[in-house]
Design a protein. Structure first.
Length: 158
């Protein structure tokens, strides 16, 4: 089981971290939430039946954990920019990436989840499973979120 967990952790850590960043937009909080997610994964991995793909299962755990944490602590400021970008970003794109994080953080919670998973290249069917929505609903919401983000980028002169 240890090797299985190590593999899952190495494959999904960055993706779960970025998903958590979409919720809290704070590096330290996102790292804590991601770490707590993997504690739950470790505890529940022996009982994973494989009814869904492991990534779908992990994202569901992360999403539920983030939502519970946000309910407990409503004082997270969504509009603060992270002190550092989580990935290496070419300098000419850093401003755009920071703006994207800020704009995503301003979205309603469900939309943040959807677009964060979409950015992680999670299939729309899996996003639907994670959130308990229809695939058609997810597809429409992704389209609307992208339109909203595109308009906001234009408002900022990009």
């Amino acid at each position: 089981m240890t090797k299985d967990f190590e593999h899952v952790y190495s494959v999904y850590w960055e993706k779960v971290y970025r998903l958590c960043m979409g919720y809290v937009n704070d590096d330290a909080s996102a790292r804590d939430l991601a770490q707590e997610t993997f504690i739950r994964v470790w505890e529940n991995l022996p009982g994973f039946r494989g009814d869904a793909q492991i990534g779908t299962w992990i994202f569901r755990i992360a999403s539920n954990h983030c939502l519970r944490q946000l309910e407990k602590d409503k004082k997270h400021r969504k509009t603060e920019l992270p002190l550092q970008l989580p990935e290496e970003v070419p300098p000419d794109r850093a401003v755009e990436v920071e703006l994207l994080y800020r704009l995503i953080a301003e979205l309603p919670e469900t939309d943040r989840i959807i677009i964060s998973l979409e950015l992680e290249e999670v299939k729309q069917g899996e996003i639907a499973q994670i959130l308990g929505l229809s695939e058609g609903n997810v597809r429409v919401r992704i389209h609307r979120i992208k339109e909203r983000l595109t308009q906001r980028f234009k408002d900022y002169g990009f």
